[in-house]
Write a protein that binds this ligand. Structure first.
Ligand code: UDX
Length: 427
């Protein structure tokens, strides 16, 4: 969606295709199915100028297009493998159309070698139907800042074997002032997995360091700053907390581990990154268990934040959901509030009460847990809000508040590695 609307705003004629007619109809009314800052106005402009269209006929759209981008989801299946069924369904449908001289670009994150496999399929059709050109162009947009990420890319990766694909993609992205990496499709696929897995590695490193700082009674914040200001290291993606979630980092890390395993490579480092992440919510739960006034059972707990990160209403693989599962086992009464997430899937209905506002969540709670770093949680009048709570205890799973300030307000504050003297009590 973001790529399409942004490309349309650059003057390209873009037609978005989806099988879901309801979605297409609502998009044509500029009714977006998710929240993404800046996207709605981009889509509206695209619709008004006629440069952006939403349609359900693949055939009609393909006929009038020079370049076809495949952006379908590639989720993990129950076995933890990348599910390419949506991708291959599109390929099947495309093969039934007249594709002579068209360029097909895979934008979905796909396991290394997939683009080459698709190129082979089309090459086999070639003799009868004429040439089709295949490329890979991974995207690096983050949810919540996808529009700005699109217009300010750190790099653009073009994976192709033919000059024609390279030229078409260079033309598509003409005007961007960033390095352009032109490589083969397999390397382009690997770049995407490598980038997301490395970001995951940095976060797990920061989390491991925070857990150690808890044991040593050291504040992790100056440690990470002191470390990250080294230009060779950098400060980004070193924010400790309750782990990374979302639809990409966990999925792509698991995907890369799967690729390693298929090649009998043990993936020791990547597996450790994953297990640190999986264990991280439990560190927060242990803090709650230890610090909350007993009895634990039946106590009200406020959960602030459900989205996997701020500025989105996406809860896919959100660490907050793992917390809800743990709290439910402990029979805590969870009252959750999130500025963007207003409904949870059915399986959570009995485990959590959705609060309309922050005071409703805090009223009578024995602890408040911060699970998403929404900026508005940082700037709350905590000195007043604490009076609503049964006990003024904040467990900050995203380290957005300052222990000293909370101390001055008379609030017991526990962060992740924030020198709060809470010892690790095992899993
Ligand atoms: C990620 C990649 O950043 C992006 O390049 C790719 O295209 C898609 O996947 P996204 O999933 O939108 O983007 O979120 P991101 O901002 O990377 O955050 C992922 C998770 O890591 C969130 O749960 C976030 O809270 C967590 N995180 C991030 C940390 O815990 N600490 C950090 O320092 C940074």
């Amino acid at each position: 969606m973001t790529t399409a609307a942004a490309l349309a705003s650059m003057g390209h004629q873009v037609t978005c295709i989806d099988k879901d007619r309801y979605r297409i109809d609502t998009l044509n009314k500029c009714d977006l199915p998710f929240y993404e800052p800046g996207l709605e106005s981009l889509v509206r402009t695209g619709l008004n100028t006629g440069r952006l269209q939403f349609y359900y006929s693949l055939e009609a759209a393909v006929k009038q297009s020079e370049l076809i981008m495949i952006c379908v989801g590639t989720p993990l299946n129950v076995r933890g493998e990348v599910d390419l069924s949506a991708l291959f369904l599109v390929i099947k449908e495309l093969r039934e159309l007249d594709l002579k001289d068209k360029i097909i670009v895979i934008k979905s994150t796909v396991p290394v070698g997939t683009t080459a496999k698709i190129a082979e399929i089309f090459a086999a059709d070639h003799r009868e139907k004429g040439p089709v050109f295949i490329g890979n162009n991974p995207e690096f947009l983050r949810e919540g800042s996808a529009v700005t990420d699109f217009f300010q890319p750190d790099r653009i990766v073009i994976g192709c074997r033919e000059k024609r694909v390279e030229e078409a993609l260079k033309q598509l992205y003409a005007g961007f002032d960033c390095p352009l990496i032109v490589t083969d499709p397999t390397s382009a696929e690997m770049i995407k997995y490598a980038a997301n897995s490395f970001l995951a590695l940095r976060i797990s490193f920061a989390n491991e360091l925070a857990n150690l700082c808890d044991l040593l009674d050291i504040d992790v914040k100056p440690v990470l700053r002191g470390m990250g200001l080294d230009k060779r290291i950098g400060l980004n993606y070193l924010q400790p907390g309750i782990g990374f979630g979302g639809s990409c980092l966990p999925k792509d890390l698991t995907g890369l581990i799967g690729i390693c395993r298929r090649h009998n490579y043990p993936a020791e480092l990547l597996t450790a990154v994953q297990s640190v992440n999986e264990n991280q919510p439990e560190f927060l739960v242990n803090k709650v268990k230890r610090e909350i006034r007993k009895p634990l059972e039946g106590s009200k707990l406020a959960l602030l934040g459900l989205a996997f990160k701020p500025n989105t209403d996406d809860i896919r693989s959100a660490p907050a959901l793992k917390l809800i599962e743990y709290f439910s086992v402990l029979n805590l009464k969870v009252w959750a509030y999130d500025p963007a997430v207003k409904v949870l899937p059915e399986e959570y209905l009995e485990k959590v009460v959705m609060s309309e506002n922050i005071p409703a969540a805090l009223e009578g709670a024995k602890a408040a847990v911060i699970a998403t770093d929404w900026p508005e949680f940082k700037n709350l009048p905590w000195n007043k809000l604490k009076n609503l709570m049964a006990d003024p205890l904040i467990v900050d799973g995203r380290n957005i508040l300052e222990p000293e300030v909370m101390g001055e307000y008379g609030i017991k504050y526990l962060g992740m590695g924030r020198k709060n003297g809470v010892r690790f009590c095992g899993h």
